[in-house]
Ligand binder design. Structure first.
Ligand code: URP
Ligand code: ZN
Ligand code: ZN
Ligand code: ZN
Length: 474
């Protein structure tokens, strides 16, 4: 037969087109997209289904050091298993440089941890927490050259925060080397001030977390990051934007022609700070299931973020999957009972990102199918150096595909998920639209929630700098 695999009769969707076509796969890549295809060794009937580029989640945390005694709930095997079950074929976690440690050692050790453990391909970002002269002068340029072409910097957290001069210095390295920088924009000093104020006033429960990081804190940091990017003349991505205030700063910069990209996440479209109050639950830490940073806001913010998605302020929707076990960080967390500041920040969402975005976006008529594909796959590949290998459907692309049933109704429940966390913040959330098959490198790896392989197929992808793509048109 001419093809290893043929997917027939489906509706093929890319960021720009929606067409009835068959797809022929050979040697793990898409060989043809055509009206009718020659023989294939295996045929999958996709009639009634959408054929989408596999989801790319460019912001996930896997097996990341998270403070004394706290272990992240997912390793590479469980995180990529859950990602695949949720219709994804590539995820991008972070190798975090602990202060005082070599960026190079960190990056290579993290990569070794991933090798052989993944169900789907991964590409690794760095987190730069200690920009010493050696890191700025040698290690960071060397690692960018070795395929870690993107990195994240933080404007808050005791162990990660960079001051303004350090941010300018790492931006400068990124500009020289052609790397992509992601910025966590929340202001460190303002959060410390507000945290102490909340603690003094007795607001120590999980809801105090939201009060300690109001939108002002995010807006100020976003504006500061934008200003630094303007000085250095560096395109940046402001990640996990939570509400209208930071978004307005980004839109303002974009209107002035600055290359500021933005990411948001399903939690900012569906959850609110009220959830952190844990109303009706007996455990006072029940609200910790919703603690993430920036915090989830309110329904008005959700609508503002949707309008930003519709207006093109946002390029990508990622999960910011950052999984902990409620049993450890909630129920059995005596320190967490003294103050929200001891509740680790982050929520699981690697498996539910696509169904929530599809259901709330496409099924409810807020965004088109093509925009869904751009936000969930294509733009991630374009921003982070994976395009044109991944992120779309056409000859030469990796055969990373998700068959999607746009009409299937599901209720999100912990018991149907594959992640390592022991809860989902979306328990009981009803969606319309669900991934029914995930194909990675031309092989069916998940069918109807069943994982068909042991981990090991997924590769760690090295990326190359292509300066012509630093400012992609999205
Ligand atoms: O609360 C969050 N988002 N934790 C993950 C780390 C980060 O800042 O993205
Ligand atoms: Zn962050
Ligand atoms: Zn953009
Ligand atoms: Zn994150």
């Amino acid at each position: 037969p001419e093809y290893d695999l043929a997917i027939r009769g489906g509706t093929v969707v890319t960021a720009t087109d929606t067409i009835r076509a068959d797809i022929g796969v050979r040697d793990g890549r898409i060989a043809a997209v055509a009206d009718r295809l020659a023989d294939a060794a295996r045929t999958i009937d996709a009639s009634g289904l959408l054929v989408l580029p596999g989801g790319i989640d460019s912001h996930v945390h896997i097996a990341q050091p998270s403070g004394p005694g706290i272990v992240m709930a997912d390793d590479f095997a469980s995180a990529t298993r859950a990602a695949a079950a949720g219709g994804n074929t590539c995820v991008m976690p972070f190798a975090l440089q602990p202060r005082g440690q070599s960026l190079r050692e960190t990056a290579l050790a993290y990569r070794a941890l991933a090798e052989g453990q993944c169900h789907i391909d991964v590409a690794i970002h760095l987190i730069v927490s200690d920009p010493t002269p050696a890191v700025l002068g040698q290690e960071l340029p060397a690692m960018i050259g070795a395929g870690f072409t993107s990195f994240k910097v933080f404007m808050t957290y005791d162990d990660l925060v960079l001051n303004d001069r350090q941010i300018l210095d790492v931006f400068d390295v990124a500009r020289r080397e052609g790397a992509r920088v992601m910025v966590h924009a929340e202001g460190y000093d303002a959060i410390r001030y507000m945290t102490e104020r909340m603690e003094r006033s007795g607001q120590t429960g999980p809801y105090g977390h939201a009060l300690s990081r109001p939108q002002t804190v995010e807006r100020e940091a976003a504006h500061r990051a934008i200003s630094h990017a303007e000085l250095v003349d560096l395109p940046i991505v402001i990640v996990h934007v939570s509400g209208g205030e930071a978004m307005e700063q980004i839109a303002w910069a974009q209107e002035r022609g600055m290359k500021i990209h933005a990411e948001t996440c399903p939690q900012y479209l569906t959850l609110t700070a009220e959830d952190m109050k844990g109303l009706g639950q007996d455990d006072p830490l029940a609200g910790s299931k919703y603690v993430c940073s920036p915090p989830v806001r309110d329904t008005a913010s959700q609508e503002q973020i949707w309008s930003g998605i519709q207006r093109g302020v946002f390029d990508v929707v990622s999960s910011d999957h950052c999984p902990f076990r409620y049993d450890e960080t909630g129920k059995r967390n005596p320190k967490g009972r003294t103050s929200f500041r001891w509740i680790p920040n982050g929520i699981p969402g690697i498996e539910t990102r696509l169904p929530i975005l599809f259901s709330e976006g496409v099924s409810k008529g807020r965004i088109s199918l093509n925009r869904f594909v751009a936000l969930s796959a294509t733009n991630h590949a374009k921003l982070y150096g994976l395009y044109p290998r991944k992120g779309s459907i056409g000859p030469g692309f990796d055969a990373d595909l998700t068959l999607w049933d746009p009409n299937r109704r599901e209720v999100i429940r912990q018991e149907i998920l594959h992640h390592g966390a022991d809860y989902t913040p979306w328990e009981g959330f009803a969606v319309t639209g669900w991934p029914v098959m995930t194909i990675a490198g031309g092989s069916v790896i998940v069918e109807d929630g069943r994982i068909l392989e042991e981990p090991g197929r997924g590769r760690v992808l090295d990326r190359e700098i292509d300066r012509t793509k630093l400012s992609p048109r999205l």
